[in-house]
Every structure is written in structure tokens, then in C-alpha cells.
Design a protein around this ligand. Structure first.
Ligand code: BEZ
Length: 210
């Protein structure tokens, strides 16, 4: 069954490059980026996992743990790890799940038969500290993901959790935000100070400090 926003991310136990993990226990109150790649020793995937390792400080700063998965066996992941470090410039620093029996990939609906074979597509699940799925992305095998966008949506999720605001089109951290329609303009001014009303339903305020 499809996993929808707001669902509890299904728990599982799996073998990884960092030993056997229980997913919920492993993330233990952190945010998580759980993402699949089609296959080890392939070019796009190598760049994606290299970039994820290089961004570790950015993920740490946001309280986010990363974990990858493919249907390749553990020996393949362990052999490939050196290439990820060579290509991305940072040693692999997060676990990769080995899922040759496809148990976890199927649980998360990461195998899309129309996409060629029985490997995983490029799925992304952003999961919050209470294990709720907060964002999903699905990319085809031929298109690498943008990890700056993954960081950007984590920033937006964490900001909109912390204050009654939404982020507009093309929002970047530090940009102005939209006051929640649930809040009166009077209350918004009391909370945020500056509020610009463009329409009754579109009110801007500078990025709140959270
Ligand atoms: C790649 O990572 O380059 C790739 C993997 C599977 C299909 C297409 C591209």
C-alpha cells in the first residue's frame, strides 16, 4: 500500500553497512532522510551517495540522519563504498541497507515495475522525529536528485513546524514567509511585528527566528 504524508513510517529490521539496525530505534527521535537508489556501481547513484556524505555537516546541523537502500547485497555495498568516497571526496558516513530479498523496498513501494526492472527507483522519504512521513519524492532512474532541495525542504518543514507560517514558491532560508490563514492579522502583528497584507489571504512576514 502506498505510504502517504502523515503516515507513520513503517518500521523494519535490516542488514546495513553499519550492522543490523531496527529503523525506529536507529533514528531514535531524529529526522531521517531515507532514500533508495537503483544499483551499486552505477554513475548517478555514486554521485548521489557521494554528495550525501559530503553534506553530513549540513544534515547534522538540522538533526537529520541519512540512510540509503538498494536491492544489492551487503558485500556489494561494502565494495562500492570506496568509490563513493573517491567520487564525492568524503568517505561514506551513513548506512546503506542491503535488501536483496526486497522486503524493505516493497514495504516502502520503491520498486516500480514500469521503470524497467526490479531494482528500486529514486525514492526519498523525509521522516520527522515522531516517525511521521513528512515529504516524499520519486525520481526516475536516469535523473539524479538535487540534495540542496532536500536540505531546503527540511528547512521549510522545521520552520513551519516551529511557527504558524507557510513557505511560498521558490522559498529559500531567510526569505520572507506567509502568515498562516488560521491567524488573524492582529495576532500576526503581535507575534511577528511586521506583516504586509497583499490580499486578505496572503500576508507576508519576515523570516521568523526559531
Ligand atoms: C545510474 O546510477 O547511473 C543509473 C542506475 C540505473 C539506471 C540508470 C542510471
Amino acid at each position: 500500500m502506498a505510504i502517504r504524508l502523515g503516515d507513520v513510517a513503517p518500521d523494519f529490521t535490516a542488514e546495513t553497512t553499519e550492522g543490523v539496525i531496527d529503523f525506529h530505534q536507529w533514528k531514535a527521535g531524529s529526522w531521517a532522510v531515507f532514500f533508495s537508489h537503483p544499483a551499486d556501481y552505477t554513475p548517478v547513484c555514486t554521485t548521489e551517495l557521494g554528495r550525501t556524505s559530503a553534506l553530513q555537516a549540513e544534515f547534522d546541523r538540522r538533526g537529520v540522519k541519512c540512510i540509503a537502500i538498494s536491492v544489492d547485497p551487503l558485500e556489494s555495498h561494502l565494495g562500492w563504498a570506496g568509490d563513493i568516497g573517491d567520487v564525492g571526496g568524503t568517505d561514506l558516513n551513513f548506512p546503506i541497507i542491503a535488501d536483496p530479498d526486497k522486503k524493505v523496498s516493497e514495504l516502502y513501494d520503491m520498486i516500480h515495475p514500469g521503470e524497467g526492472d526490479t531494482s528500486t527507483v529514486r525514492s526519498v522519504f523525509i521522516i520527522d522525529p515522531s516517525n511521521k512521513v513528512r515529504l516524499t519524492l520519486t525520481y526516475p532512474k536516469s535523473v539524479g536528485r538535487n540534495f540542496d532541495e532536500i536540505l531546503r525542504v527540511i528547512d521549510a518543514l522545521q520552520l513551519t513546524d516551529a511557527a504558524p507560517v507557510s513557505t511560498p514558491v521558490d522559498w529559500r532560508p531567510g526569505d520572507r514567509v506567509i502568515v498562516s490563514p488560521m491567524m488573524s492579522t492582529e495576532d500576526a502583528k503581535a507575534r511577528f511585528g511586521e506583516v504586509e497584507e497583499v490580499k486578505s489571504y496572503l500576508r507576508w512576514t519576515p523570516a521568523p527566528k526559531v
